[in-house]
Design a protein. Structure first.
Length: 382
């Protein structure tokens, strides 16, 4: 069999695991010491790679992991038995049997789920761990906060279902602190409708990254559920979480495949949506929407080459993106172009890259395709 040669990278993401570890420690240091850290690592750890990210977060001292589904939870179980893993999304009935087998914690929002998990526990002879999910104004999963007492009472009649925590999720913590406070009030009122809760044993959590901005540290909250901030990204540009000094874990890179000169008036790319206003030098980059550069970046984004901002010309195509390098001297085939990250003192943040395509960092990270290798920087940074 022919061995595959070691080929150069055309488009890649760099994942700085040492920065990830520092970020977790900084976030922890900004919180009261009794607060448990639930690391949100759904969607392949926000595109950073589940195994590498989780392994490093385990090393760094995360207390618990939150994922979207049973497949992701099983992947974490392969890495180690010690950490509780909470599935945030509803389970499909065929998935119930894996809860006990893989020691996975489910979020419970309905009496039907309680009955299903009770049945799954009875069949396997195992107790199923759950967190009660309370909808305080997200309008997504969770029991409506005014009905939490009834669901809790129902749960108490299910001997194979063990309540390990309760939580809610904020709908607009990044833009509406008053409503976030209202959600906190509704959550605490819902907990008061559940007599006999043991707050010394249960994990009580609400704060996502943006929630940390308005957290008051009041009882009985004793855990936070952090996704974006641990990857060094602020939930919005003016966030006071800048004071935590986390640093980006992710950067996005490609290379120049060709440079050529074109005369003024030339139409660029599909649909000729850009017409050159001067005689120009253009660079053809080795990445397009097939790698995760949104087509909505067409005519709007910039990349860094030789530390200088180069505007995207015309439509982003599947495998190539065209940029203006007229004002950058000496650009040649093979040069690196930075899509997100730093180069020679210049920076394009993921917030900027996302905004250029009317997107958000969460979505941008999930849109980097599987064609793009993730290159891990693993220095322990001790
Ligand atoms: C239920 C839940 N909790 C926590 C988070 C983490 O949010 P963030 O990435 O803003 O910290 C998410 C992310 O979408 C979520 O859906």
């Amino acid at each position: 069999m022919q061995t595959v040669p070691q080929l150069p990278l055309r488009c890649w993401a760099e994942i700085d695991l040492a920065a990830l570890e520092r970020n977790l420690k900084l976030i922890r240091a900004s919180l009261p010491s009794h607060i448990k850290y639930v690391a949100v690592v759904k969607a392949d750890a926000y595109g950073h790679g589940l195994y590498q990210t989780v392994a490093r977060l385990m090393h760094a001292g995360a207390d618990l992991f939150a994922v979207a589904n049973v497949t992701e939870a099983m992947a974490i179980r392969e890495l180690g038995p010690g950490w509780p893993v909470l599935v945030l999304s509803p389970l499909l009935p065929e998935e119930d049997k894996y809860l006990g087998e893989y020691d996975i914690t489910a979020a419970v929002s309905t009496a039907d789920e309680v009955d299903r998990f009770e049945a799954a526990g009875r069949v396997t002879g195992k107790t199923i761990a759950v967190h009660l999910k309370i909808d305080t104004g997200m309008g997504r999963v969770g029991v409506w906060h005014e009905q939490a007492g009834e669901l809790y009472a129902h749960m108490r009649s299910a001997p194979h279902v063990r309540l390990d925590g309760a939580f809610t999720h904020f709908s607009s913590a990044d833009e509406d602190p008053a409503f976030t406070d209202e959600q906190r009030r509704r959550f605490l009122a819902a907990l008061r409708r559940c007599p006999g809760l043991d707050f010394n044993r249960l994990l009580i959590h609400a704060d996502n990254s943006a929630g940390l901005e308005t957290a008051h540290g009041e009882q009985p909250f004793n855990a936070v559920r952090v996704g974006l901030l641990q990857f060094g990204i602020l939930p919005h540009p003016n966030s006071m979480l800048a004071r935590v000094h986390t640093e980006p874990v992710f950067s996005f890179h490609t290379r120049v495949g060709m440079v050529k000169r074109l005369p003024s008036g030339t139409g660029i790319s599909y649909g000729r949506t850009c017409s050159l206003k001067r005689d120009s030098a253009v660079a053809i980059l080795c990445a397009g929407y097939g790698d995760g550069i949104a087509r909505a970046c067409s005519n709007r984004s910039h990349v860094l080459i030789h530390g200088q901002r180069c505007p995207v010309l015309g439509r982003v195509t599947m495998d190539q993106t065209i940029v203006d390098v007229t004002d950058v001297s000496g650009v040649k085939c093979g040069d690196e172009a930075v899509l997100v990250g730093r180069q020679q003192g210049a920076e394009i943040s993921i917030a900027e890259f996302s905004a250029r395509s009317d997107s958000i960092p969460w979505e941008t990270l999930c849109s980097v395709t599987k064609r793009v290798p993730r290159i891990y920087k693993t220095s322990l940074g001790l």
